[in-house]
Design a protein around this ligand. Sequence first.
Ligand SMILES: Nc1ncnc2c1ncn2[C@@H]1O[C@H](COP(=O)(O)OP(=O)(O)OP(=O)(O)O)[C@@H](O)[C@H]1O
Length: 737
Amino acid sequence: MADSTKDPLFGFIRRRVTAKQVQGAIDGKENPFTRLPHSDRYHKILEARKKLPVYTQMDDFYEMYAKHQIIVVVGETGSGKTTQIPQFVVYSDMPQTKGKIVACTQPRRLATMSAAKRVADEMDVRLGKQVGYSIRFEDMTDPGTTILKYMTDGLLLREAMNDPDFERYSTIILDEAHERTVATDSLMGLLKSLVKRRKDLKIIVMSATLDALKFQKYFTIDEPAPLFKVPGRTHPVGIFYTREPEPDYVEAAIRTVIMIHRTEDPGDILVFLTGQEEIEDACRKIKIEADDLVANDPDTVGPLSCIPLYSSLPPQQQQRIFDPAPPPRVSDGPPGRKVIVSTNIAETSLTVDGVVYVVDPGFSKQKLYNPRIRVESLLVSPISKSSAQQRAGRAGRTRPGKCFRLFTEKDFMKELEEHMHPEILRCNLSSTVLDLVKVGVKDLVRFDWVDAPAPETLMRALELLNFLAALDDDGNLTPLGTKMSAFPLDPQMSKMLITSPEFDCSQEILTIVAMLSVPNFWSRPNNRRKEADIAKELLSLPDGDHLTLINVFNEYQNNLNDSKWAWNNYISARALAEAANVRAQLLRIMERLEIDLVTKSHPDQTRHYVDIRKALVCGYFMQVAHREGDKGSYLTIKDNQVVSLHPSCGLDTQPEWVLFNEFVLTTRPYIRTVTEIRPEWLLELAANYYDLKLFTDGETKRALQRVLNRLRKKQGKKNAKAAASNKKQSEKKEAAS
Ligand SMILES: Nc1ncnc2c1ncn2[C@@H]1O[C@H](COP(=O)(O)OP(=O)(O)OP(=O)(O)O)[C@@H](O)[C@H]1O
């Protein structure tokens, strides 16, 4: 803690800040950060803040914060961790005096933005000024002014590449640590080794569940990190279970929403389902049933609006969850109600003022990685007890609430696991490994993980990076790998971008990568599916979905980014605008790395498409499938998984060889975003991976062998021709001399 430092905020010399001094500044007439008088709204919010359990413990917090370099904070949902602790820190004398700032990480983008917005309001400053946020491809901060930055954990991890000692920060707060995302886990490992070098850096690890002991032990420097425990919550949440297990959780969720709407007091509802399709479908059904209810009983049942929420929705549409509930139909009629139907992106850190009821069927889609077959998939699985607590915690934030669990209490006690398995044990680690190697982690096996990943998963990541030539055989970063790590993208995508100038198509690959980085932009409204499909078909190119992405983007630009054009073609203009923004940012990185921005228009467009497809192969040669005779299915290369083309695929035939962007497991395994390729490109452009000695026997190997033989024969003929011509030349020379 800064001894004898003149503090610009409080203007006095002191040993450490006390709660009383901060309290004085908070209650003061003037905002210490802007030097403007506090607004009325500030005082109104302050009243509510003062009732939060964390707030009442400010003094204890400062005492612990002054004494220790690392603190673990644990408190129930809604106790005020996310919004108050970072403010306590910025009000202390550390960050401002040293020109450093405070970071607070969140696992999710939506929570990052909404927490920053709330805290900016609480501090009476403009979002993006003293309080801001940073998420991938969006920076809402003002260097020089921002002192508190909410950011995704993934982004802070990326910052470590250029600033491994986190020199910009005085305090790093890892929020929602119990979620155990790969990025938070990696940050914990990096920070643990950093605290020895940076004695002035403070770390706060915040968790909503009582597994804090694990973090305390992990962060043992001389002794385990101390625990700052926040008891209690502001408003009670009543928990209700079903008597019997529900056979169809979606149907049960819809029924529960309707029951609440008919019988419960006013207040909005948050329902947790597992994925986009399920959510859109449930929204439609809820709306139909609710409209029926209102039509039959307009005097007692108010209007109901239903808002979907999932991660692939464009941010603007996600913000709709904060819209007010619909007003009564007539001035003295029954009040309206808002229902948000969401995936688990609304599970943590989020406060939607007005949500009183939570409906929790107990399932979510969870990432699973099988390193043996290199497949990462999302599977609908039961949630953990701590997730269920988080979900219930979304009610009762601004007033008492109720949570309806659509499973029995016995199942809750006996069947649900305490916590989810950490993500590091369930996902593909190639991006993380590249990031960590770039940060300087030499030995990933001996890295101080909170929970070490499976050796096979690490091997797979190293193998991929080695085949992509990002790492050499000793696991060191190559110059290519260094360049790849500069992009906030999957390693395959960055490799593709870097190689694209060799194929005269970096502009096109840039477009493909940008389009793949934004949410699904095709819209398919239920009552106009046919029209939407026809529009899509007209924009699709027969050689592949990747080429279609270029076509859609170019058409949109040719139509001067006209949202009417997008609307008429059943395309989300917002998603395309986001793609244009992502593209511009990636372009700046390419310029910085001096990667040529080229496009070569051939008179023959097909030849240009060949070049683009070859560039795709340079990144995605491990994601290739071979058609299985005339069975209509494909077999993935080396891993031999039987897959089908996803129904969204725009190819008009079933080519023998295809490259795919994604493996998805729904009712059965599919490959999505697919483009036709030639097998000879695989043998030429990824010879190490396509060394046929490494293939198991089977039709794919035989097919590749035939291609190889053909290539060799062709090469043999070429060589023989060249030798014959050389011979002729020398004979001529000899005869002449
Ligand atoms: N956008 C908002 N509108 C109204 N009230 C809010 C808002 N954000 C936060 N609050 C209030 O502040 C309280 C504390 O929120 P905060 O996110 O800091 O809690 P938390 O302890 O971090 O919980 P969790 O772990 O569930 O995120 C909420 O319960 C709510 O009363």
